[in-house]
Design a protein around this ligand. Structure first.
Ligand code: UD1
Ligand code: MG
Length: 453
């Protein structure tokens, strides 16, 4: 049977107290709605229909994709009304309803839910809660068959005792869904067209209501305020930490790591506290990462060591290379095998050859540095003339004296040396010593200025 998925995302999210639409608030750096769209995609549906209203333009801007259609619900008249807006776009046999603010729903749960849908069966995802306040309650008969969902605000005292709550997620055949939605009324406590009223209609039409119960309540937890958002973030991060440990990574504190993207890992990696990964990160065997480090879209080859407080983006760290503490590797940085980057070093679009060293207080931009070259403390490549960027190329075994300014474009030959404190503006041939500074003179017995009385 073919499938269309409708994701409800038109509500305002008043309790977020935000100028941003609720569904754009991120979990692990990605809008909640994007998580739901990913789960939907995994089911390979005919179409994904996102019902938008509040902040519609922003939502469209951020989540536009070839396989996502947006449907406008100008007035938020209830969840049933919201699904009805998508009806003209539906053509598959089954319809599944998801929520843009229930971000952690898993495709595997939805797959089993969909098993319970046919022309004479619909499926409902429920959850057992110790405190079901606010949730629609699942009403069952003496045979345990579902007979209705009663919204909290419409429930009797006896119904309020029911701990099985409605997650909101449900699926039915398209023909049943279309027929039932056409019969909804808003004669209830909230004067809304409740999607949940289709349950009683199914029962009246002798369509069996099958249920699936979410085993992990966080999977179906909705986000209404920032406390709930933070709780789901922590839950999501705890799952990421567990997955890393299961693959052979040591986390010194699993509650102090954040993965905002995907991390591919080898074995025997050690990660200290407060490390943040963003985008796609690949870490090979035996890498060690120090505390308070941020690594984005980068590859760390086997045995690399990142010391505390580094910021690494779009970079590749070679095998056995080490970096930090307090190093900043900006996009396009590549450290060769066993290269060394020390403290307070900034690299941008710079390649260090095998065993090259940049120990202290240095900026290298748009640079290519040969194997075993040593860059002295306080070296700056002057790569920008105010309008254009220029390259610095250094050969192998070069020695740059401390506190040098290397004015690009420039080439420094193999095994060349520059004197400390030099401003180097011209190419240096191999094996030469370049000195570009005023010559020191000593004035004997120089009288120091005296304080005037
Ligand atoms: C709904 C269910 C309730 C369930 C609860 C789970 C109904 C009538 N009730 O209640 O049984 O326990 O979810 O969280 O369905 N939305 C729209 N357009 C609208 C109305 C809502 O897009 O006109 C969207 C909202 O943005 C939100 C979702 O639908 O993402 C749920 O709406 P909300 O009003 O929060 O439903 P609840 O009252 O929580
Ligand atoms: Mg409501």
């Amino acid at each position: 049977m073919s499938l269309d998925i409708v994701i409800l995302a038109a509500g305002q999210g008043t309790r977020m107290r935000s100028s941003q639409p609720k569904v754009l608030h991120p979990i692990a750096g990605k809008p909640m709605l994007a998580h739901v769209i990913d789960a939907a995609r995994a089911l390979q549906p005919n179409s994904i229909q996102v019902v938008i209203g509040h902040g519609a333009e922003l939502v469209k801007q951020q989540l536009a994709a070839d396989d996502v259609s947006f449907v406008m619900q100008t007035e938020q008249l209830g969840t049933g009304h919201a699904v009805a807006q998508a009806i003209p776009n539906l053509s598959a046999n089954k319809v599944l309803v998801l929520y843009g603010d229930v971000p952690l729903i898993q495709a595997s749960t939805l797959k089993s839910l969909l098993q319970g849908v046919a022309e004479n069966k619909m499926a409902l995802l429920t959850v057992n809660l110790s405190d079901p306040a606010g949730y629609g309650r699942i009403v069952r008969d003496t045979q345990q068959q579902v007979t209705a969902i009663v919204e909290h605000k419409d429930a009797t005292l006896q119904q309020l005792e029911i701990c099985e709550g409605n997650t909101g997620i449900l699926a039915a055949s398209r023909s049943n869904m279309v027929r039932w939605l056409g019969r909804l009324s808003n004669n209830n406590a909230q004067a809304e067209y409740y999607l949940t009223d289709i349950i009683a209609m199914a029962v009246a039409d002798q369509v069996t209501v099958t249920t699936e119960t979410a085993t992990q309540p966080m999977e179906v937890q909705g986000v209404n305020d920032r406390q709930q958002l933070a709780r789901l973030e922590r839950f999501y991060q705890s799952l990421q930490a567990q997955a890393l440990m299961a693959q052979g990574v040591t986390l010194l504190d699993p509650s102090r790591i954040d993965v905002r993207g995907a991390v591919k890992v080898g074995r025997d990696i050690t990660i200290d506290i407060n490390v943040i990964f963003e985008g796609n990160v690949e870490i090979e065997d035996n890498v060690r990462i120090g505390a308070n480090t941020i690594i984005k879209n980068s590859i760390l080859r086997a045995g690399a060591v990142i010391k505390a407080n580094c910021h690494i983006e779009d970079s590749e760290i070679g095998p056995g290379a080490d970096c930090g503490p307090f190093a900043r590797l900006r996009p396009g940085t590549k450290l060769g095998k066993n290269a060394h980057v020390g403290n307070f070093v900034e690299l941008k679009n710079a390649c260090l050859g095998e065993a090259a060293k940049v120990g202290h207080l240095t900026y290298l931009g748009d640079s290519e540095i040969g194997a075993r070259t040593n860059i002295g403390a306080g070296t700056i490549t002057c790569n920008y003339d105010g309008a254009n960027k220029h390259r610095t190329v250094m050969g192998e075994d070069v020695f740059i004296g401390s506190n040098s300014s290397i004015v690009a474009p420039i080439t420094i030959g193999n095994a060349a040396t520059t004197g400390a404190g030099s401003t180097i503006t011209q190419d240096v041939p191999a094996l030469a010593l370049a000195v570009g500074r005023a010559k020191q003179r000593n004035i004997e017995n120089w009288p120091r200025p005296q304080k005037k009385v």
